[in-house]
Design a protein around this ligand. Structure first.
Ligand SMILES: Nc1ncnc2c1ncn2[C@@H]1O[C@H](COP(=O)(O)OP(=O)(O)OP(=O)(O)O)[C@@H](O)[C@H]1O
Length: 308
């Protein structure tokens, strides 16, 4: 029996945003499923923060559109269901921690004061200290407490792990997982720490140069790719076997006498098993391969596997 399709938490159609310097996002089509944890990844300047700002109504699209559970970002229908942890964590420095949480409660009728206080207490932050005296990591904790306290259906986290020490990063990931498990919250989280995303994210949206490079269920995407390693073919400039001539090679490299490649495939590549090792890539390996490769030379997922 096929499962009913969950409604999209975020849906973008031909989404574009232009600044004075040019397009930050252009022609973006994607659907982020509800109840899942999506990793939003891409190099610096790829358009991740711009996307968050469009999803929260802080920016308006120049072209196309984006919706939150079917509603226009920034409208009460979308705003009430969304919490956003921005990269620069805009908090009032003169407020104490206690006053900051009270402010959150006053702005949100269903504010979960207990959860917010628990997150603050776990960081050993005194309620009477001014926010302006806290470290960047401690400010992240306060901003997270406000975001979680809102009990949103959609939690947008722009680089929540930046500035956190390793133990707190693990704790934050645990908080996100608990929120998803307990309340079915949809989470979209951007991060450059690819190794830490694999255990929490089950969906991915990879942006590059303002365009969607890769999107989908993480397990499915990994299963649709193969990492091959073997002795480089001397007769081939790229070191790869002739069997891959018409395959969708995402990236390849020759180091000494060894050749490695990441290939998108839906079936067997027909490689000699005694010469080539084939493995399913990890999410980190997959994402790094796409980030390193040239989008213009890599077939888009969904395109025919081999050039005609
Ligand atoms: N307010 C703005 N005015 C002008 N240009 C902007 C503005 N905001 C973003 N940009 C440009 O849009 C592009 C995308 O920026 P954005 O901050 O969305 O990238 P990002 O993927 O979040 O990067 P990072 O990983 O460094 O945070 C960049 O070229 C940036 O300079």
């Amino acid at each position: 029996m096929t499962e009913p399709t969950a409604p999209a938490a975020l849906r973008a159609t031909r989404l574009g945003r232009k600044f004075r310097g040019g397009w930050a996002l252009r022609d973006c089509d994607f659907e982020l499923p509800a109840g899942r944890v999506t990793a939003l990844v891409g190099p610096n300047g790829a358009g991740k923060s711009t996307l968050f700002h469009l999803a929260t109504g802080l920016l308006r699209p120049t072209e196309g559109g984006i919706s939150v559970f079917g509603a226009e970002p920034g409208t009460p229908a979308a705003r009430d269901r969304t919490a956003f942890l921005a990269q620069d964590k805009p908090l009032y420095p003169r407020f104490t921690v206690e006053e900051t949480l009270r402010f959150g409660r006053e702005l949100n009728t269903d504010f979960d004061q207990e959860s917010a206080e628990r997150i603050v207490r776990a960081g050993n932050i005194r309620p009477d200290v001014r926010v302006g005296t806290l470290s960047p990591g401690q400010c992240t904790r306060i901003a997270l407490a406000l975001a979680f306290g809102k009990r949103p259906e959609l939690l947008l986290l722009d680089e929540p792990l930046a500035s956190l020490d390793p133990l707190v990063r693990v704790e934050v990931m645990g908080l996100v997982m608990a929120e998803v498990a307990d309340r079915g919250t949809t989470v979209v989280m951007s991060s450059h720490v690819l190794s830490e995303l694999e255990s929490v994210c089950d969906h991915v949206l990879l942006l590059q140069h303002g365009a969607v490079r890769l999107q989908g269920d993480t397990q499915q995407l990994c299963a649709e790719h193969v990492r091959i390693t073997g002795r480089a073919e001397e007769s081939a400039p790229d070191g790869l076997p002739a069997a891959l001539d018409r395959a969708a090679v995402v990236e390849s490299a020759v180091t000494g006498r060894q050749a490695r490649a990441l290939v998108r495939t839906s079936g067997s590549l027909g490689l000699a098993e005694d010469r080539w090792i084939t493995e399913t890539p990890s999410l980190e390996d997959l994402l790094l391969a796409y980030l390193r490769s040239d989008p213009a030379r890599t077939p888009a997922p969904g395109a025919p596997e081999a050039a005609a």
